[in-house]
Ligand binder design. Structure first.
Ligand SMILES: [Zn+2]
Length: 61
């Protein structure tokens, strides 16, 4: 199982989440921060299935 590192946009804590796979695209996930419990929206975009994905995190509005 692969994990990707993200940073919580609310408290800046580094977190690891289970990485989706290339075939899961398009990937937009909502997850709660383990530290501050605030929800965030994580978007994962694979450019190449053999490369690490681009990951962006935004606070849920
Ligand atoms: Zn947080």
């Amino acid at each position: 199982m692969e994990f990707i590192a993200i940073t919580c946009p609310a408290c800046w804590q580094s977190l690891e989440i289970e990485s989706p796979t290339f075939s899961d695209q398009p990937i937009i996930m909502t997850t709660d921060c383990e530290v501050c419990c605030r929800p965030m929206v994580v978007t994962v975009e694979y450019v190449d299935p053999n490369d690490d994905p681009m990951v962006s995190v935004e606070p849920e509005s």
